[in-house]
Each structure stands twice: as structure tokens, then as C-alpha cells.
Design a protein around this ligand. Sequence first.
Ligand code: G3I
Length: 369
Amino acid sequence: MRIKTIVAAITIIYGTTSPIMAQKTLAEATRGKFLFGVAVNMQQVKGVNPIESDLVAKEFSAIVAENCMKPQPIHPEENKYFWDDADKLVAFGEKNKQVVTGHCLMWHSQIGRWFFVGDSGKTVTPEVLKERMRQHIYEVVGRYKGRVKGWDVVNEAFEDDGTYRKSKFFQILGKDFIKYAFQFAHEADPNAELYYNDYNVEIPAKCDAIVQLVKELKTAGYRIDAVGSQAHMHMDSPTLDETENSFIKLKAAGVKILITEWDISILPSPYSGANISANFKYSKEMDPYRELVPDSVQMKWNKRVLDMFGLFLKYHDVIDRVTIWSLTDNVTWLNNFPIRGRKDYPVLFDRNNQRKSVVEDMIKLAKKH
Ligand code: G3I
């Protein structure tokens, strides 16, 4: 009997072939194009919520720690490391045959205050800070040598206008702190990929500054494999053109691109236009979908996701990984940022751990590329 006849028969009986055809996961649909990852929290790694743990294990080909591998959680005091969570996360990824990447080695946020304070209680000297950076990076990268594919070596070193963020790192060591971080990471694991990671990479001035950094690192002989574009997006920004232009510039700079923290807030942004509310106080109008998301709004969000995903697929020759920043709407950081206590819907699984309808459309779109 011809295959077509069999499939037609199945379709008549089941009304679809999906019960028979194994339902594709995002990881399967994007295989051969780019890794499809998710940021995981420790409740998922430890199985506190087994449904979420199962979804993380099945739907994604890569994982990254949302928090536990950052400087402060993993190295809370100069002579004290907390490895337990990071060890469990790496083991979780290995058990599920997923690629594990490290986030993040040097970041001005979520880093112990001790890092920048000398014995005298004053600001640490450049030499001491450089040595502390080396020790931190050697310890963390060295512990997971050969098990973590690559590291966000430096996170968020630029302002949106392309100037260097005046972080403690920058104030004490100047922009060379970046080179030192990449040098130490490479020394600690010569085979690990090394990334620079930032948000708003779609802003031309910021993208140009990052491209300049890439060129300086490469010219000076430092390894840098990719730039991570966090891709924390809103309904109307960044535009597709702004995003594509950043891809074109980064590709021309000779680095791979990672979409490292993708989410698309469905809520009004307090940053938009002149309407910058004084202190981002909670208000009903800034939290309009507490009960439900109107179909018209959901459809706009779905289209926004698909348009961006289609752009990622268009550039899959240079994009190595797309990572969603949180599994479900329940655990997204955006429920409390930039305004605490809102109800956002920025990721691909809903508050009941169900795939949103857009996921099926993403899988169909991926098949066409
Ligand atoms: O673990 C402690 C807990 O012991 C304590 O009781 C609780 C009290 O508030 O805090 C918990 O730590 C929180 C941590 O998330 C783990 O839940 C921190 O307060 C909270 O600030 C931290 O927020 C994280 C944020 O980075 C910190 O800046 C978010 O989960 C995380 O999604 C977010 O991720 C960042 C990326 O790393 C870098 N790019 C931007 C992105 C969004 O800010």
C-alpha cells in the first residue's frame, strides 16, 4: 500500500498524524542549524519541579545557569567557593546530553563586594584585582575544563552609547581588564570557546564598540569565538532591521553570534519614549494582562517571536546558539524587572508548563530552512 494512502488513512483515523509522528521538539527542529537552549534555575536542576526539569531535558539541546555560576553565587568570599549548584547543573546537562555553557566570569553585577576591597578596606590595587580575576577564572573554568563548551568571559562592559561602562573593573584596570579575563579563561581551558556578552547589541553605537573590541582582541592574539547578544526584547524594539544590521556587522568582524538570553516582554515598557515613569512604580496600566492576554495581543507577540526566529534562521550560518532566558512565564525575571510584581508572558512555555502555540509554528518554520 502506498505511503500516501497509509498517511491519509492515519489522518482520517486520528485527524492528524501527530500521535504517530513523534512530536518534534525545538531541539530536534533546530538541529543542524543552531543549538536551542534555555536558562535553568536550581529548582529545575534539583527536580523540585519535575515537570519543568523534564521539559528542560527534552525540549532543549543546551543549558546555561540563570544564576549559580555568576561571580557572587559561586565565589561569595575571597577564600570561599560554592560549587554545589554549579556541579549539579553541569551534571544535569551531561546526563541529558546537552551542551553546557558558562555564564558568566566577569560581570559588574552579582559579584562579591570583596572583589574590589583591599586589606586596608580601601579600593584594591590594580595588581591585586588582576590576581583576583586570575584566581577566580582559573578556579571556575579549570573546574569544568572540557565539560563546559564556552564561557561568557565578560558580561555587559559597554554603555548603550558605546562608551565603556565605568565599572569597578574599568575604574581600577581600564579597558585591559577585558583582555586579562580572556587571557585567563584561555589559559584555564585552551579548548573552551570564549564569548563577550551584552544586551542592546542592536543599538548601532554599542554594536560598533563591540566590533571594535573584537578587532582589538583578535589583533592582539586573544581568542574570542563569539559575541553573545542577550536579545531581551520588547514588542516594538529592537526592529528586525536593527537586529539584522547587528548580525551583519558581527559576522563581518569574524565572530560567531549567540542569542544568549532571548525573551520578548509583552508588557508596556517604562523606558519607551518620553513616558519614563519616575521610579518605575507599579501601576495597573503597566500591568494590563494580569487576568489574561487578549487574543489580539497574543497574536502580535506570536508574530514578533516568529519574525525574530525567522531572522535567526536566516543567519544560522553564523548563529551557533539561541537560548531562551527562562523556561516558563512563571519563572521569568521579567515578572519583577523593571517593575516588581507584574505578570509578563515573555517566553515559550506558559504558567501551566504548556508549549505556547507559537512553538509549533517555530518548528514548522525551522523545517523550511
Ligand atoms: O538566591 C537568593 C536567595 O537566597 C535570596 O533569598 C533572594 C532574596 O531576594 O535572592 C536570591 O538571589 C536572587 C537571584 O536572582 C536568584 O533568584 C537575586 O536577588 C536576584 O537579583 C537575581 O536576579 C537575577 C538577575 O540576573 C540579577 O541581576 C535573575 O534571576 C536573572 O534572570 C538575571 O539575569 C541577567 C543575566 O545574568 C545577565 N543579563 C541580564 C539578565 C537579566 O537581568
